[in-house]
Design a binder for this molecule. Structure first.
Ligand SMILES: *Cc1c(COP(=O)(O)O)cnc(C)c1O
Length: 441
């Protein structure tokens, strides 16, 4: 369903390379059959086979200092490390641009229209980053200093955005406990809503923020029923719901629903184009028209009014039109690696398979004598004897994380083959560690 609406759109507002493709299709160069159905089918096929060309797929090879042998790199630190490939760069170089602060950049205007339609929102705004997008949302929802929002204690807005809602927007936060699946207890949530305004002792509750997928909890997909219940509670008390949907497209793909099915439960949403969707820069903030008009003002105040940024929006269009379906590959590869951790002999790892729902994997080590940073360091360097054992050096980058865990993130730079390399390396590190541990001192 996502695909079919994407295809419908893509025949209407096209970036230059798509236009060139359609020209070829029309002239029968790519597909001889001119019926619309055949064209759409061809686009679907080409769209997918070219998806990888949006990214530089060649796995980087590094020479070891002083060594001739090559080393394979598998970078699982974050899905923000993707780089635009030739097709995306070409679309960027050919983008029509204008002054977006005057609303005159056609490529940005198209992107905003595509995003609003896809998300089932009235309007959308292209913004420089997910962090700015969330801050703008907070400012546009909580318009008086001392307004309050309710956030999960482990959400990105609360942990990783420098407390900007307080120090820049003048908004107070109260937190609810984040449960392992990224949700909250609804009773606790309700208990945090203030009812005493305008009593001068209290702030005024304005906003509830949810995060989908949940980053710190390992890419968890919020259940639709939870979102529905949060929305019902918000409506009952006259609050707004903002979804930090940096990875909401991963959630949509995991649930097999269009993003609008998820976002119908939020008044507004922020979606990153620069994570798994592969754009170099940018996020979309979407919501009602009046909210977006206010968001335009806030964006300008924060210095986020860009000018000929259609160059960036062209990449964002390809992200939304062509890169969504392939997120499945990332989810699949993350599960494959998680399964390999579970099956590894010696059994060093603990993973909850049911929690591996999207492209983020969190796991921990069962042996307290091996800590996460040491494990990550071993994965990230070419160890002694590795080239002899594996036929090549393999560097796998991942990060030690919250709660003594390790985090690895899949993205369009990581193929099934790269995932197998990471598995080989993980097994090698585990067996080496055990050998050392049991070697008589
Ligand atoms: C990455 C991320 C953001 C911020 O996006 P930036 O573009 O890096 O500023 C916000 N929320 C969540 C959940 C994220 O993962």
């Amino acid at each position: 369903m996502i695909q079919s609406s994407i295809q419908k759109r893509s025949t209407m507002s096209l970036t230059a390379p798509c236009r060139a493709l359609f020209k070829l299709l029309n002239h029968g160069v790519v597909a001889l059959d001119k019926s619309l159905q055949a064209r759409n089918a061809a686009v679907a096929v080409l769209g997918q086979s070219f998806a990888r060309s949006y990214y530089e797929t060649g796995t980087p090879r590094f020479s070891r200092p002083g060594g001739a042998a090559h080393v394979r790199l598998v970078d699982l630190r974050s899905d923000t490390v993707t780089k635009p490939g030739p097709a995306m760069r070409q679309a960027m170089s050919e983008a029509e641009v204008g002054d977006d602060v005057m609303g005159e950049d056609p490529t940005i205007n198209d992107l905003q229209k595509i995003a609003a339609d896809m998300f089932g929102m009235e309007a959308a705004l292209f913004v420089p980053s997910g962090t700015m997008s969330n801050l703008i949302a907070v400012m546009a929802h909580c318009r008086e200093r001392g307004d309050e929002m309710i956030v999960g204690d482990l959400c990105h807005i609360h942990i990783y955005e420098q407390g900007s809602s307080a120090h820049l927007a003048g908004v107070h936060s109260t937190t609810v406990t984040t449960l392992p699946d990224g949700t909250f207890d609804l009773k606790q949530l309700e208990s945090k809503i203030r009812h005493d305004f305008p009593d001068a002792h209290y702030p005024r509750s304005r906003l509830i923020c949810v995060e989908n997928t949940h980053n710190i909890k390992g890419g968890r997909v919020l259940p639709l029923t939870f979102l529905q219940e949060v929305r019902a509670l918000a409506d009952k008390h006259g609050l707004a719901v903002h979804m930090d949907g940096a990875r909401v497209m991963n959630a949509a793909v995991a649930l097999g629903v269009p993003p609008s099915t998820i976002l119908q439960h939020a008044h507004t949403a922020s979606v990153c184009l620069s994570k798994g969707l592969g754009a170099p820069v940018g996020s979309i903030l979407a919501g009602p028209k009046e909210f977006i008009s206010q968001a335009v003002r806030c964006r300008k105040a924060l210095g986020g009014g860009m000018r000929q940024a259609g160059i960036l929006a062209a990449a964002g269009q390809l992200s939304l039109l062509n890169m969504v379906k392939r997120l499945e590959e990332d989810h699949h590869n993350a599960k494959t690696f998680a399964q390999a951790l579970l099956e590894c002999k010696p059994n060093l790892f603990s993973v909850e398979m049911a929690a591996v729902e999207t492209n983020i994997l969190r796991f921990s080590l069962r042996d307290p004598s091996l800590n996460p940073s040491e494990f990550c360091a071993r994965m990230g360097q070419v160890c002694e004897g590795e080239e002899a054992a594996l036929g090549q050096g393999i560097q796998v980058l991942m990060c030690s994380y919250f709660g003594n865990s390790i985090r690895a993130v899949w993205h369009l730079g990581i193929s099934a083959e790269d995932t197998q390399l990471a598995i080989e390396k993980m097994k090698f590190v585990a067996s080496q560690y055990l050998k050392e541990k049991h070697r008589p001192q």
